[in-house]
Ligand binder design. Structure first.
Ligand code: S3P
Length: 433
């Protein structure tokens, strides 16, 4: 079902915002909880369509998952070899994380399975994990050897590999490590750029002997995982829309509570600070091995910047909102080395370029990035093309524009941040459906 938003010019933003739980951590806590021994209590779990897809898939394989209250789950682990054959296809919805990580997990099972997705997910590349999984001895097939649905034939004997991934992708790395739990010998993954290491950290917290450092991880198969409690920090990628909005709107001051600051996620923070943003960290603490802090964001004028290519992996989900920050900055912002954006939930380079041009901003599109010249955002109409992060980025553009912005095709915001319109309006946005 399609849904449009109208985001009207907003004044200063004020207040405290409790951003919901991290999506990447929530998926992984469910999956590792499911194959651990004992009960895993997850607090701060993200209630969203993507994480619910993973939850439903695990339930379909006979994992009991209780919800004592909203934002919490108790996963009753069935052990490494306790998942049961599902009765039908497993629907990952819009979630690349669900499909890719589960493909790794399912490659090591004794039963067959099929992973499907919505129209967007069905266009996303899977060869990047099918090839290494096949090298491990798994049987995974796809349309044109690349596109969902993924058909996995169980009962294969997996062996560890030393995989040098050509792509910086936490999803690919995680798929191989999860398959590695079921493989003989050692599985190692090396990445061209370090990516988020939640799978590695969480495997260690579940008692798996895993060695890892930025860009590299290795483990031995057939380890029993022991249930543990997981505290999910607020999702930096969701916080990012509020960070940029408060930076851009004069007079704003927002406090974003207890946001996860994993170093592999906060490239945008570094870039915005270099552009002139005023973002202060307070009440920093370590929770579950992760740095978490309140972020106090005050309005500050931004200047354009060249985003170093080595920052791309650390801010891979933040480019839609960076486009909007760049559109309101003084001067030109250049993005390079970000070709992966073309195979996200949408082609984010194309969607953001087209949208910002419709709002009066000059953008030059390149194969792996863009050059954005800051200017005055006008009201108008843009199309988020079903991409949750583009929809929220355009909502921020509307708050900055000189007239209302109609944002088409926003319904998928429920995949990562269903509370976005409510939280946004509470601190001063003028967003209506
Ligand atoms: C994710 C990894 C990233 C990111 C996605 C979540 C994860 O994808 O874009 O939103 O949870 O591992 P890639 O691995 O495709 O870069």
């Amino acid at each position: 079902m399609s849904m449009d938003w109208i985001s009207s010019p907003a004044g200063a933003l004020h207040g405290e915002v409790a951003i919901p739980g991290d999506k990447s951590v929530s998926h992984r806590a469910l999956m590792l909880g499911a194959i651990a021994e004992g009960a895993t209590h997850i607090r701060g779990f993200l209630e969203s369509a993507d994480t619910h897809a993973t939850e439903n898939i695990l339930r379909a394989m006979d994992v009991r998952i209780d919800m004592p209250v909203r934002d919490e789950r108790i996963v009753h682990g069935v052990g490494l070899h306790g998942l049961r054959a599902p009765g039908g296809e497993l629907d990952c919805g819009n979630s690349g994380t669900a499909m890719r990580l589960l493909a790794g997990l399912l490659a090591g099972q004794r039963f067959d399975s099929v992973l499907t997705g919505d129209a967007s997910l069905s266009r996303r590349p899977m060869r990047r994990l099918i090839e290494p999984l096949t090298a491990m001895g798994a049987s995974v097939t796809a349309k044109n050897s690349d596109l969902p649905p993924l058909r996995i034939t169980g009962g294969q004997t997996l062996r560890g590999i030393d995989f040098r991934s050509p792509i910086a992708s936490a999803q690919v790395k995680s798929a191989i490590l999860l398959a590695g739990l079921y493989a003989r010998g050692e599985t190692q993954v090396r990445e061209p750029q370090p990516t988020r290491d939640y799978t590695e950290r969480m495997l260690a917290a579940f008692g798996c002997r895993i060695e890892f450092e930025p860009g590299k991880a290795r483990l031995h198969g057939d380890h029993t995982l022991r249930a543990t409690d997981v505290s999910v920090p607020a999702d930096f990628s969701s916080a990012a829309f509020f960070i940029v909005a408060a930076t851009l709107l004069p007079g704003s001051e927002l406090r974003l509570m207890q946001v996860g600051l994993n170093p592999r996620r906060i490239g945008l923070l570094r870039i915005l600070r270099a552009m002139g943003a005023d973002i202060v960290e307070e009440d920093t603490l370590k929770s579950g091995g992760e740095h978490v802090a309140d972020l106090i964001v005050r309005h500050a004028p931004l200047r354009g910047i060249e985003v170093p290519a080595e920052y791309v992996a650390d801010m891979i989900d933040e480019f839609p909102i960076l486009f909007v920050a760049a559109a309101s900055a003084q001067g030109i912002t250049t993005i390079r080395g970000a070709g992966e954006l073309r195979v996200k939930e949408s082609d984010r380079i194309a969607v953001m370029t087209t949208g910002l041009r419709a709002l009066g901003i000059q953008v030059e599109e390149t194969p792996d990035g863009a050059m954005i010249e800051g200017g005055a955002l006008r009201g108008g109409e843009v199309d988020a093309q079903g991409d949750h992060r583009c929809a929220m980025a355009f909502a921020v553009a509307g708050a900055m524009a000189d007239g209302p912005v109609r944002v088409r095709d926003c319904a998928n915001v429920i995949t990562s941040f269903p509370a976005f319109p409510t939280l946004a309006n509470r601190c001063g946005f003028r967003l209506s459906a």
